[in-house]
Design a protein around this ligand. Structure first.
Ligand code: GRF
Length: 200
């Protein structure tokens, strides 16, 4: 079976990353799909998720965006750091999990067909930031999350999975975010596993 490396990019707490790592272990992606979470890359050295990844024995790397003069220079270093995790085997999937940087077309091109993201709204509604506040303010009765392929256009690309949750009376952006996040932890590993499984 061909080895499939998964590299996860985070900026913060990394709860989606944890859900993916746990699913990979519990569902034996290594034996079933030849897939392993190889490492985690963050643009912030202080990401809580990075410490967790280290405790799991995963390879980690930090590429601080503030250290680069341009988006292009940052993204070029990001590509180098990701591909250096296993110089022999390019990543089969690069998974954006709460990675809060907009990527350049060059980065997206480099990983064409291998790049996925989770966005905390029912796309195509509410691309961009502050999705939960905007959903509440718009009077939405439902909100949710979308796993999608990444294209050069922000929060676009083929939808791979979606989950829906109700917006409840009295919801704040935080209470709604927490409800959506529980669903993100289900649909993201599921969508990734589907991409890893050989087509029948
Ligand atoms: C998630 O809601 C994700 O959809 C959004 O940022 C949040 C990251 O959460 N892009 P976590 O770092 O995975 O816990």
């Amino acid at each position: 079976m061909q080895k499939k490396n998964i590299v996860i990019l985070i900026s913060g707490q990394g709860s989606n990353m944890q859900a993916i790592v746990r699913a990979a272990q519990a569902q034996r992606w290594s034996q079933r799909h030849g897939a392993q979470v190889l490492g985690v890359v963050s643009n912030k050295a202080a990401s809580a998720g990075l410490a967790w990844a280290r405790e799991q024995g995963l390879a980690t790397a930090v590429v601080e965006h503030a250290a680069y003069p341009t988006r292009e220079a940052f993204d070029a270093e990001l590509v180098r750091a990701i591909d250096a995790l296993d110089p022999q085997t390019p990543p089969a999937l690069v998974v954006l999990a709460g990675f809060m940087r907009i990527l350049t077309p060059d980065f997206v091109d480099h990983y064409t067909g291998r790049l996925v993201n989770i966005h905390p709204s029912l796309l195509p509604a509410f691309a961009g930031l502050h999705t939960h506040r905007r959903a509440i303010e718009a009077g939405c009765k439902f909100a949710g999350a979308t796993v999608h392929r990444v294209t050069a256009e922000l929060d676009h690309g083929e939808f791979l999975d979606q989950a829906v949750v109700p917006v409840l009376p009295g919801d704040t952006p935080d209470t709604l975010a927490a409800r959506v996040l529980t669903q993100e932890h289900l649909i993201y590993p599921r969508a990734i596993e589907r991409l890893l499984a050989p087509a029948v």
